[in-house]
Design a protein around this ligand. Sequence first.
Ligand SMILES: Cc1ncc(COP(=O)(O)O)c(C=O)c1O
Length: 366
Amino acid sequence: MPRSVIETVESHFQLEANIGGYEAESEAANEIAMAYEHVSKLLATTPFNIAFSEHATASFVAAISSVPFVSGDVVLTTVNDYVSNQIQYLALAQRFGVEVVHAPEAPEGGVDLVEIEALIHRLRPKLVAVTHIPTNSGLVQNVEAIGAMCRAEDVLYLVDGCQSVGQMPVDVQAIGCDYFSATARKYLRGPRGAGFLYVSDRALALGYEPLFPDLRGADWVAPGMYQPAPDAKRFETWEFAWGLVRGTGEAARYALDIGIEPIRDRAWKLADHLRSLLHQQDKVTVLDHGKVLGATVTASVDGWAPADLVRELREHGINTTGQESIDAIIDYTQKGVDGSLRISPHYFNTEEELSVFISSLDEIIR
Ligand SMILES: Cc1ncc(COP(=O)(O)O)c(C=O)c1O
């Protein structure tokens, strides 16, 4: 996290300690309102359309719970959607008899746009759900093209932007989605335990609401009746760690101040450079496959489990993450690997750090 994010979070907790939690919330009302402003600007929308949450999955679950599924409905998704989302689609299948359909991959990587368009047309899915940048691959899905298809067929469209927000420009109008779920803690460099959700005017006007609203998302207006909030706050719940919300707003402001395009250009350039360095290494296979590749670099190393590499690299002061096949069962099976080592350069990393990473990896493998 940038220093200003840490200071924002700490100052709010300090205020709570000094004057009390409810009191701190009302004293920081303007700063909290600014957090909605900054985050909405990040997604090219308005505060009316933003709900804060505890994390990306909480945002995603609130969104998907708003869809009134009945038996036989189709959820159309991709083989590269995030693992938790895939589990949730299957849970919907078990409970409501929803059919989960995975659009196939194109030969060049990424979901096949011709196939997904045909599937939308033929199956009339109740929901199309696509992860913008998967957790298991450097792939950037063409969510705008899929959005245009959903708009043309008037189909509800949910995008998981957990890895893309803060990494690359996001314009929810251009994507054409009804929901966009995200976290603070990844490329955005916000605190852990905070996320947010964009909800379109269209979804709000159609009356979509989470399955379990609470007294923040709705008013109990008569003994047998509640009234959902008019805006995306319908998707929020009452209790918040406001320090984390404010920290998320500050992370958005900080990223906007640097400029999201320079952030993307720098991070993607580092990732491209890293891929070319990895290609030159014996025993290493770069796994990223797609027309557009982002800042997450995935690789497998002959004879090494990713978790062991992560541990060894940490000894060298290098933070990476490892995945097993169950983290992306379809993608890793198609690639013929048991998981991957993920190296995710951020814009603040340097070329020298990539060289240090490569020599450390080389030393470990030897
Ligand atoms: C694409 C994607 N979606 C959703 C999530 C879930 O984020 P969180 O655990 O913060 O809810 C992740 C986490 O890695 C992710 O990579």
